[in-house]
Structure formats: C-alpha cells, structure tokens
Design a protein around this ligand. Structure first.
Ligand code: UD1
Length: 429
C-alpha cells in the first residue's frame, strides 16, 4: 500500500499545466466504440480510469492503446461483443456509458450496474427511461446485469426529471445512431457534455445545442473515424486553484478554459483570493486573510460537486462560520471524519456541513474516501502544521495525472512512499 507523505506549510508558487479532462476522456473513449473505424483522441490523461476503459475496449474486441504521450488510438471496426460483466465494469462509473454506446451500435447491450465512488445511492433510472423512450426495453437480471435491447431506435422527445450528466451523455450516445430526431430537455450543461457532442459531431453525428438545456440530435446511420482533442480538466484546474489559495500561494494555472472555472473563481474572490484571468490560464494569488463563504453544489454552471471537498477544506482556514450544502449527492461528506482527525471543526447534518473556520489543521494519518476527497486531504496536508500521511491513493490515481509531481513542481513537500518506508519530519522533499 502506498501513501503520500506531506510536510505542510509550503506556499505553492510557480506554474502548473493542466491535463485533459478525465470526466470527458472517459466518455469519449466509450463513445469511440460507436465508430466503425479508428479514432485518435489526444490530450487523454493517463489516469487509472483511462486504463480500465482501455482494458474493457480490448476485451470487447476493439483495439485501444496509447501511441504517444496522451494520444490514444481506438479501433472499433472489429468490435463484436455487447456484454460487459461485473468484473469489467465494477471499478468505474463511466462504464455506464457502455449501455448507450453498445445499444446505439448493436441495438443491444448487457452491462452490469456500474461502480465508481460511493456517494450514496447512484441510480440509473433516467438513463433507462431515456433508452425506453428511444424504443428499447430492458430487464435487470441476477448479479445486477442490465439487459437492454431494441428492434430499432427511434428519435423521441425526452424530458429529464433531474439534471443528470450521466443520463444526458448516455441518451446522446444512443440517439446518435437512432432514426430521426431526439430532443433532450433539461439536459446537463457540463463542459464534458459539450466535449462529447463535439467529438461525436466530428465523427459524423448531427448534434446541436450541447451546453444549453435543450440538445437536439438527428440520428445518422454510422460514424466515421477521426482525430479529436479532449478539453482541459476543469476539476483538476479547480483543485490546483484551491490548493494555491489554501497555502497562501501564487500559482499560474495553465492550459485551461477560464470560462469553465467561473463558479470557482467567483467563490475564491468572495473568500478573499485574487484571481487574474488570461486567455488560457488563471493566476491565483492568496496574500490576504481568508473570509468565510457559503457554497451550494449545483449542476453546471453552478459550483461543481467534484470540488466540494476541496473548497470545504480551504474554508477550515477562513475566519468565521461557512455553510457547505451538497445538492447533488446525499452522502458526499464522508471525508469530513478524516478532516476532523486533523483538528477541523466541521459538523455535518445530512447534506449540510457547517465549518467553524480559522483554526490550524494538524498533520495526521488520514485515508481518502473517494477521488476528490483524496485531493482535498492532500490540500489539508499542505495546509497543516507537521506531517500528514494520506492513504488509499488508488482513489486519487483514478483522476489526477502526476498529482504529487505537479505539486512538487510548485514547491509542495510531498512524496509518494510505500507504507512502512521511514518518514523524516524535518524535510521530506
Ligand atoms: C455527477 C456530477 C458530475 C460529477 C460526478 C462525479 C452533476 C450534475 N453531476 O455526475 O459533475 O463529475 O457526479 O462526482 O453535478 N440521478 C437520478 N437518476 C439517474 C441519474 C442520476 O436520480 O438515472 C440523480 C443522482 O442521484 C444525483 C443527480 O441525479 O443526485 C446527478 O447525477 P448525475 O449527474 O447523473 O451523476 P454523474 O453523471 O455521476
């Protein structure tokens, strides 16, 4: 088992390059299964979720491999299999996209209920309702296998009861190869929804309106191969912005789309952090006392749930009481228990956390409870007095490329060690 060992107190300073968006890449990789040919996807982060999907594609009869740094080649011309059992899909949530992609391509799919981070119940009823509206039927079998089939898929009007990123993407995938027009209303508007639509369109799909709450998809007979570049990672960028703020740092976050980070920049400004915007970068300067703030996570363009643990951690250092409301998931505060070990004064009641800020965190051993919570605990370690050990790095590895290397490049004292290796307390760099 490996861990991060962090000596807190160093201000992050310098420049950091943001990788391709993990949440987008995982959807594009699955979407490439609908292409009867070869896709080259550039700027793919080499994180563990990506490798899990590469394995899945190869097991389904496709051929996926990195041919250069960040360049993934996927040839789906010989894809033959429409079944993805539990052992294939249990590791990641994005495997739910296999349902839409395989249904679109083969008009049938047998996929086990997907895995991923545990934030409480993660239903897929909206995905399945969408497939039904397109003319598919489904049954759930022993072992949580969802068997979906259709004689043919026909475009339909689909109103989503709740904004769902996963369901919007899944329905968009299946509708791309349906007959006629599909209209998705109350669609999610996350940057990766737009990226998936742009990817599919560049391979021959006809999709309009992605990024608004009405997406119109005119079905096409087939998709052709091509080359596409993944957008920068909004969540990785937000994580570094918050890490810079949390350490009193001064960091230029490069290779990003600043518009995607508006909700984070606005909150950091409210907290007393300076954010300077450039064409494809943001500079975050934290040289004033931090102020309390209230945060409510919302679908895009609201504050993303995937940055909730990181910003809550920052607020432990802000004078006064901050309220953080998690509106997307019913159980996304598990990591607070770990922050409390470090001396944070945070109480949780259901979806609301009350942060009594202003105290110093104290270095302690803590364990990641999910991907973004893991990043938050690293930020806590950077803020804390003394040494913090962060365990369960497998979560962080799912979504952050070279996390400790990038942090070290900014002056953080963080190393990755096998558990049991000696920790020096004076310096660990
Ligand atoms: C969500 C986030 C996404 C984030 C990911 C991992 C939103 C809108 N989505 O995406 O930004 O990267 O978690 O943290 O912020 N729901 C249903 N039925 C369904 C599908 C979803 O009721 O069939 C509900 C969920 O319980 C949840 C909400 O809709 O409360 C949003 O879920 P959804 O957007 O689908 O989740 P992800 O796609 O995993």
């Amino acid at each position: 088992m490996e861990k991060y060992v962090i000596l807190g107190g160093a201000k992050l300073e310098g420049e950091v390059e943001i990788s391709g968006a993990k949440n987008s890449a995982v959807a594009l990789i699955v979407a490439a299964l609908m292409v009867d040919g070869t896709c080259i996807i550039e700027n793919v982060p080499p994180v563990s979720d990506t490798y899990v999907l590469i394995d899945i594609i190869n097991q389904l009869g496709g051929n996926a491999e990195f041919i250069d740094k960040g360049v993934l080649k996927i040839d789906s011309s010989n894809l033959c299999c429409y079944e993805a059992p539990y052992e294939m899909v249990s590791k990641i949530r994005a495997s739910s996209y296999l349902m839409g992609a395989l249904l679109g391509r083969f008009k049938k799919a047998r996929v086990a209920m997907p895995g991923g981070c545990d934030f409480g119940v993660r239903p897929i009823d909206l995905h399945l309702k969408g497939f039904e509206a397109l003319g598919a039927s489904y049954s759930t079998e022993k072992g949580g296998i969802v068997d979906i089939k259709a004689e043919s898929l026909t475009g339909a009007s689909i109103y989503m009861d709740q904004v769902s990123v996963g369901a919007t993407i899944n329905i968009m995938l299946a509708a791309t190869l349906a007959e006629g027009q599909t209209v998705i209303e109350n669609a999610a508007k996350e940057p990766h929804i737009v990226d998936v639509a742009n990817f599919l369109s560049s391979m021959g799909a006809n999709i309009k309106g992605a990024g608004t709450d009405v997406i119109k998809i005119k079905g096409v007979d087939s998709l052709h191969g091509g080359t596409y570049t993944v957008i920068p990672d909004q969540i990785e960028a937000g994580t570094f912005m918050i890490a810079a703020a949390a350490t009193g740092g001064d960091v230029l976050i490069k290779n990003i789309i600043p518009k995607h980070l508006d909700s984070i920049s606005a909150k950091l400004l409210e907290i007393g952090v300076t954010v300077e915007e450039y064409d494809d970068s943001l500079r975050v300067i934290a040289n004033k006392p931090l102020k309390k703030a209230n945060i409510k996570t919302m679908p895009h363009p609201g504050f993303p749930t995937d940055l909730q643990p990181q910003i809550l951690t920052l607020l432990t250092a802000a004078e006064g009481t901050s309220i953080v409301t998690e509106n997307v998931w019913d159980n996304r505060f598990k990591y607070v228990e770990e922050l409390r070990r470090m001396g944070a004064n945070v109480s949780v009641d259901g979806r609301i956390a009350v942060v009594e800020g202003g105290g110093r965190l104290i270095g302690s051993p803590v364990s990641s409870t999910d991907l973004r919570a893991g990043a938050a605990l690293v930020i806590a370690g950077l803020m804390a007095d003394g040494v913090t050990e962060v365990y369960n790095l497998n979560y962080i590895d799912r979504g952050y490329e070279d996390f400790e290397k990038k942090l070290r490049g900014l002056g953080a004292q963080i190393t990755r060690r096998a558990d049991g290796e000696k920790t020096k307390t004076a310096t660990i760099a």
